[in-house]
Design a protein around this ligand. Structure first.
Ligand SMILES: Cc1ncc(COP(=O)(O)O)c(C=O)c1O
Length: 379
């Protein structure tokens, strides 16, 4: 009888979770103890009411980190919730349209759809969103906003080129739509130099930049933030107060202390050094096994991706892989309305941050084995 595969033996080609060794647990404990002794008289109370944009010291630290004034910062509970608040802020009525890269982060799509948006997918290429396609779509009208992940995109791994950054900002100005850029992986660059954010290239009223400490410090403190013009920050704070009354004071103080103690900067360097060799090894393995199907060599972040020819039903493919101990994420979930972008392909997101080359090779060979079998049956 074959042994059932235990959870611990599974090869996770699915989630973008930081490896435990990327989290500076002991130092975070030290910062937490200091916060508890210094602020015990206030952190167990509600924060002051009235459009509270988050801990003042944390906003100062984040302001310095990004080179912006603290009054442009609103801090929420993880960047996904900040995205939800930003969506509520920009959705002026119950029917609105959002443009997003296709594929894009599946949870962002679910947020837009839940808030009532019709989402139009703009194809993404190796150097970011397809600007010509976008230009054609804009002839039929501008969206309530355009959502983009310009650095090491989830799920493709693509980074928006500098020329496309300028073109996108120019189109937003010309057609009068806001851009929401989501940059949780931006600090994790393993090769090359970092282009400016869209927010740095544009007028502050045109772009809302959403950042996160989840991938550079830890996800458990739930520190996500928006950089916008000061009046939008204040509106987001009002929406937040109506949603959850008060920011979590302990988490925000620990994050502020971690910045002040140099822990965020030190951990960022440490995580880059930890993940760079994993990225390089994963690219070598994926190139060897997937060849032309490989869409991106990301140079940073957590993900690369591939489009694998197959006639397999996606649900069957996921089940077959799971039975062999390989956990995959639905490729269709990364497209608006969970639509398949093109029949005859499986879109595979490859998170490389936690896998050894051996695990990745095993996982990719299993995916190929099954997809090729189904391709050969029909082709
Ligand atoms: C593009 C993108 N945005 C937002 C998030 C959510 O991050 P947070 O932990 O800050 O909510 C993720 C998490 O994986 C992500 O990939």
């Amino acid at each position: 009888m074959t042994q059932p595969i235990g959870e611990r033996d599974l090869i996770q080609l699915s989630r973008g979770v930081p490896p435990v060794e990327a989290i500076p647990t002991a130092e975070l404990c030290r910062q937490t103890v200091e916060v508890l002794s210094e602020f015990s008289g206030s952190i167990f109370q509600y924060a002051p009411m009235g459009r509270n944009p988050g801990d003042v010291h944390l906003r100062e630290e984040l302001g310095q980190f990004h080179g912006v004034e603290p009054d442009r910062l609103f801090v929420g509970n993880g960047s996904l919730q900040v995205l939800d608040l930003v969506t509520a802020h920009l959705a002026r009525d119950s029917h609105f349209e959002v443009f997003a890269e296709a594929p894009t982060y599946d949870r962002a799509l679910r947020i837009f759809e839940r808030r009532g948006a019709k989402v139009l997918g703009i194809p993404i290429e190796g150097d970011g969103i397809d600007i010509d396609y976008l230009r054609r779509q804009l002839k039929s009208g501008a969206p309530a906003f355009l959502y983009t992940i310009p650095d090491f995109q989830n799920p493709t791994g693509a980074t928006l080129s500098i020329d496309k950054r300028h073109a996108l900002v120019a189109l937003a100005e010309e057609h009068g739509f806001p851009i929401v850029e989501d940059i949780p992986y931006r600090g994790l660059r393993y090769v090359g130099s970092t282009p400016p954010t869209l927010g740095e290239l544009a007028n502050p009223a045109r772009v809302i930049t959403i950042g996160s400490l989840s991938k550079i410090l830890c996800p458990g403190l739930r520190i996500g933030y928006a950089i916008s013009d000061p009046s939008t920050s204040s509106d987001l704070a009002a929406l937040a107060e109506d949603t959850y009354l008060s920011p979590p004071l302990l988490c925000q103080k620990v994050a502020a202390k971690s910045f002040a103690a140099g822990l965020v900067h030190a951990n960022l360097v440490r995580v880059r050094d930890l993940l760079r060799p994993r990225h390089d090894a994963a690219v070598t393995v994926a190139r060897e096994i997937l060849g032309d199907a490989l869409l991106t060599v990301p140079g940073g972040g957590y993900f690369m991706s591939a489009r694998i020819p197959t006639y397999a039903e996606e649900s069957e493919l996921l089940a077959a892989a799971r039975a062999e101990g390989v956990v995959l994420t639905s490729g269709r979930a990364f497209y608006p309305n969970a639509s398949a972008e093109a029949t005859g392909h499986f879109f595979l997101r490859i998170p490389f941050q936690s896998l050894t080359p051996q695990q990745l090779a095993f996982g990719l060979r299993k995916v190929l084995e099954f997809t090729e079998r189904r391709w050969a049956c029909v082709a």
